[in-house]
Design a protein around this ligand. Sequence first.
Ligand code: TYC
Length: 107
Amino acid sequence: MEFSGAAMHQVKETVLRKNVQEQQEPSRYKVLLLNDDYTTMDFVIMVLMVIFHKSLKEARQIMLHVHRNGKGLCGIYAFEVAETKAAQVSVMAEQHKFPLKCALEEE
Ligand code: TYC
């Protein structure tokens, strides 16, 4: 099979344009909640409801997942939102003297 120079050029242009578009999409970040031995289950559920807008049922499920597996997904957000939510978790945890922590992971 042979392609004309013009056809090859067109394909290259299309691939290049798609790459540029992908690079310009803002990266999104996973906010992961980390397990520890001291934070109470009720406090974690409260954090998930207040900061991540989870229902009581979802919050319980996520908390138990983190408790059993070491970490769990709270949500995926633009970097600034993810960073703010992780900071809010730290502030609430410090106020209540719990070591609860989040981690951010690029999607
Ligand atoms: N492991 C904690 C306990 O047994 C509960 C817990 C769950 C703590 C999730 C942190 O992100 C967490 N009290």
